[in-house]
Write a protein that binds this ligand. Structure first.
Ligand code: AMP
Length: 412
């Protein structure tokens, strides 16, 4: 349409350079922490068969019922932009026979995800998740390790978050408890919101997530799943808790923690920050011991989490750790003839690991010094009749004999 103003679609945003630096730092820090714990980087497609999410995430969830960007391709196949990562990772695990590898298979990834939600601060239709999954072992130390890793990433990103923890037990316990909860909801039907009432059969657990006052008061006396766990699940949860305590990772037990996805079993957790508005969750996850089997693979336990990159950065109270390029040099070129020397200097500085740029817009020397300030240069190298290095913090400037000496003066 000629003349109409083009804008990024509702619920999406552009990442401009200032913000990109913080995002890159967060991803870099996370890569460092996760690779250091034996998690390997993986990528899966941004769109998958719709059936994967319908089966994996669960037909009765908000995500599948209301929030997926689903489309038909030219061959008439139904595809969906991924709303979360666990189903895709499990699909890849099955497709590539990863159960034959030494277990657990520990993977991390990051990238864009898509949910058709009402946009607000911290809630977008395209957002970025960091995602970590460990498949092939039900060892409680994996649950604890994953939680501690997310706690570390949040801490080093300047986020103060509260860890909420619970256990959902196994599929049988959940099914039996589901009946009990349905009976309770049935007895209080008139007090419930329409939405909760319409889901008594399909997903009664979600009643715990409701903000509706009538539903909330009905839920106060509701039976709790945590009181119905069987011996093995109690022991598993006990070990996870003991390991967290040993690691000094503080948590609050929250028996109403359900999370919006169907596949969880046993441990579930969520990190919440008070420095966010209504959308307090910065990251969360849990164990999903039946999911791989449900998607057609061998019976395989799994545990994982996802954290929202935008939410982490919104909640962050200081710089994300991880200084990239502590040395930043700006090469000032007083005369155009010196450009080849300046170009050589920039290459040598970059080879030595410094961030280096040279004048490339025909500014006066004064303008170039201003530009050096703008880019936060720690050093200026003046490539003129003589070579001079200026320390921008102290203002001290001295002549050096060669390109190599200039590089040494900047990087030492
Ligand atoms: P979930 O897969 O729903 O457990 O989400 C995991 C994390 O992803 C949340 O804790 C948020 O940080 C982030 N997240 C989920 N949905 C959105 C959204 N619509 N916009 C921004 N971040 C989101």
């Amino acid at each position: 349409m000629a003349g109409s103003k083009l804008q990024a679609p509702r619920g999406t945003f552009d990442v401009l350079p200032a913000d990109a630096v913080r995002r890159d730092r967060l991803v870099g820090l996370s890569a460092h922490v996760l690779e250091g714990a034996g998690y390997a980087h993986t990528e899966t497609p941004i769109f998958e068969d719709t059936a994967l999410f319908a089966r994996g995430v669960g037909e009765s969830t908000d995500i599948v019922q209301k929030e997926m960007f689903t489309f038909e391709d030219k061959g008439g196949r139904s595809l969906t932009l991924r709303p979360e990562n666990t189903a895709g990772i499990c699909r890849a695990y099955i497709e590539h026979g990863m159960h034959k590898l030494p277990q657990p298979v520990k993977l991390w990834s990051w990238g864009p995800f898509f949910r058709h939600e009402a946009p607000q601060a911290g809630r977008y239709r395209q957002f970025t998740q960091l995602d970590v999954e460990a498949l092939g072992s039900d060892d409680p130390s994996l649950d604890a390790e994953l939680i501690v890793l997310l706690a570390q990433i949040l801490e080093r990103s300047g986020v103060k978050a509260r860890l909420l923890l619970s256990s959902l037990g196994n599929a049988d316990t959940r099914a039996e408890y589901g009946e009990e909860l349905r009976a309770h909801l049935g007895a209080h039907e008139s007090e419930l919101s329409d939405e909760v009432r319409s889901r008594i059969d399909t997903n009664p657990l979600r009643a715990f997530d409701s903000d509706h006052p009538g539903t909330r008061s009905a839920m106060e006396e509701a039976p709790r799943l945590i009181d119905r766990l069987d011996r093995e699940d109690i022991d598993h949860f006990g070990e996870v808790r003991a390991l967290l305590e040993q690691a000094g990772c503080a948590y609050e037990l929250d028996p109403t923690l359900v999370r919006g996805l169907d596949y969880y079993t046993r441990t579930v957790f969520e990190f919440e920050s008070d420095d966010l508005g209504a959308q307090r969750g910065v990251g969360g996850g849990g164990r999903y011991d039946g999911l791989v089997e449900k998607l057609g693979g061998p019976a395989t336990p799994g545990v994982g989490w996802a954290a929202g990159v935008e939410r982490v950065l919104l909640a962050s109270q200081r710089e994300v750790e991880g200084a990239y390029f502590p040395m930043r040099a700006y090469v000032v070129v007083p005369k155009a003839e010196e450009r080849p020397l300046a170009f050589r200097l920039v290459q040598a500085l970059r080879d030595a690991g410094a961030l280096a740029e040279m004048e490339q817009a025909g500014r006066s020397v004064k303008g170039q010094m201003k530009q050096a300030d703008r880019v936060d240069a720690t050093h200026v190298v003046i490539a003129g009749d003589s070579l001079e290095v200026r320390d921008m913090q102290t203002g001290e400037q001295h002549e050096v004999a060669s390109v190599e000496d200039a590089v040494r003066a900047v990087t030492q």
